[in-house]
Design a protein around this ligand. Structure first.
Ligand SMILES: Cc1ncc(C[n+]2csc(CCOP(=O)(O)OP(=O)(O)O)c2C)c(N)n1
Ligand SMILES: [Mg+2]
Length: 336
């Protein structure tokens, strides 16, 4: 029996709901961008929601994720509320790092979200380090490392995957191949046939899958997590997808892209697809779909209100929590 077959109706509805929440969150901030209030420049993941949600649903609380540029859904599934993320979008003190970071590259140690990086690809080796820590601590947690096709062209990718392969680390590399690195199409930055085959060069399995199919993502990540927990090492999952918005909201969606290409992918929308599947199985009905949409809209309304009403951080906040508390070794080292 596959992993998806074990999902209950409640699970399936919850997974669908997470995707809708991610979509509505991002559609709303794209709509608000430029009108005052929203500080974080939106880098939307609309169209890619099945990857973040499918990969994170079913992870344990102690499992860690390393975000990419487009992992809003992962933050939500890992338990970072829409309110906190929205406060980050507005740079308020109630947001991540008490207003010192937006929600874009946020981390949350308690919820197993590693701190992302603005340097594309740089987070891959950090995620590998976290997986090494789990192994040394003999904990059977896994790290799910999200990054894009552009990040996979950086040296960090090769260093990270090589190290993870040599030490059989409990990490799942989730490559979100959306066909673009900023405005550069894959055909202009990649001469190979696929990224998945690169895993072979580092001694572990790699596979390409339909990233707009939440069940395909869930199955692949669950299988890779079981391998990782059993000490069998990493897996590379190349998830094929597309983002509807442009790299960020500075450019309209169709800048540097053929509108027909966007439409083609919209026909393969991950949310509409799951909805149709669940309706066919009688798990979702029109009434339930409307109820979920209304609840999600209300949750985002509430998050926006919370963010708008929250204060900005006080100036002295700038110096808090920037450096780790002094460790005894450092203190001893300085005295000697
Ligand atoms: C080292 C580095 N080079 C360039 C940039 C500017 N930059 C930010 S995101 C991005 C593209 C990333 O593409 P990809 O990894 O495919 O992720 P996607 O945006 O498609 O999700 C670039 C070039 C950066 N942040 N860091
Ligand atoms: Mg990309």
């Amino acid at each position: 029996m596959g992993y998806s077959d074990q999902l209950t109706e409640k699970d399936l509805i919850q997974m669908y709901r997470w995707m809708v929440l991610t979509r509505v969150f991002e559609d709303r901030i794209c709509g608000l961008w430029g009108k005052g209030g929203v500080v974080e420049l939106p880098h939307g993941s609309q169209g890619q929601e099945a990857i973040a949600v499918g990969a994170c649903y079913g992870l344990r609380q102690q499992d860690h994720v390393m975000p990419s540029l487009r992992t809003r859904g992962a933050f939500l599934v890992k338990g970072i509320s829409a309110r906190v993320q929205m406060a980050g979008v507005y740079a308020k003190v109630t947001g991540p790092a008490r207003g010192k970071a937006t929600a874009h590259h946020m981390g949350d140690a308690e919820r197993g979200v590693l701190l992302g990086s603005g340097i594309v690809g740089a987070s891959i080796t950090v995620a590998v380090g976290a997986a090494l820590a789990f192994k040394l601590q003999r904990r059977d947690n896994v790290v799910v490392d999200f990054f894009g096709d552009g990040a996979a062209q950086r040296g960090d990718f090769h260093e990270g995957l090589n190290f993870a392969g040599v030490f059989k680390l409990p990490i799942i590399f989730v490559l979100e191949n959306n066909g673009y690195s900023e405005y550069t199409p894959l055909s202009k930055h990649f001469a190979g046939s696929d990224f998945a085959c690169r895993a072979q060069g580092y001694g572990f399995p790699g596979m390409r899958l339909d990233g707009n199919d939440i069940f395909a993502v869930y199955e692949a990540v669950q299988a890779a997590a079981a391998r990782a927990r059993a000490g069998e090492g990493p897996t590379l999952l190349e998830c094929m997808t597309y983002r509807y918005r442009n790299h960020c909201e500075v450019q309209p969606p169709e800048a540097f892209r053929d509108p027909a290409e966007i439409e083609q992918w919209q026909a393969k929308d991950p949310i509409a697809r799951m909805r149709a599947q669940l309706m066919q199985r009688g798990i979702l009905t029109d009434a339930l779909v409307s109820k979920i949409t209304a609840e999600v809209e209300a949750e985002i309304d509430d998050a926006i209100q919370y963010a708008e009403e929250s204060p900005f951080p006080a100036p002295e906040e700038l110096y808090k929590d920037v450096y780790a508390p002094e460790s005894p070794e450092l203190v001893v080292g300085r005295r000697s």
